[in-house]
Unconditional design. Structure first.
Length: 98
């Protein structure tokens, strides 16, 4: 019985230590990571401006849910991904007309 208690205690300690090592358990979001993810999304958007860009494709590129993607754009730019894409397309069109 004593050995069983020691095993149980050891399992609890091990489980607790493993949980602290999980990045998602330690920190919800690193601002540096958000900037890196946004830079990757920006590059993807600019490469695909001439085609339709689905929110699911952006979320896949960012390895996040669509809800998190919406929040990322609001935090980084203060606008939605659709507004950002539209603005970039209009800027490109203006540049072509000049």
């Amino acid at each position: 019985e004593r050995l069983a208690r020691v095993d149980s205690h050891f399992e609890q300690i091990l489980g607790s230590k493993l949980l602290t090592l999980l990045k998602t358990n330690v920190s919800r979001e690193d601002p540096g990571d958000a900037q890196v993810v946004f830079a990757r999304l920006d590059a993807y958007i600019r490469r695909h401006l001439q085609s339709e860009i689905e929110v699911a494709a952006l979320a896949e590129q960012a390895h996040m849910s669509t809800r998190s993607l919406y929040a990322l754009f609001e935090r980084q730019l203060g606008e939605s991904h659709r507004q950002y894409i539209r603005r970039l397309r209009l800027e490109r069109l203006r540049a072509c007309l000049e």
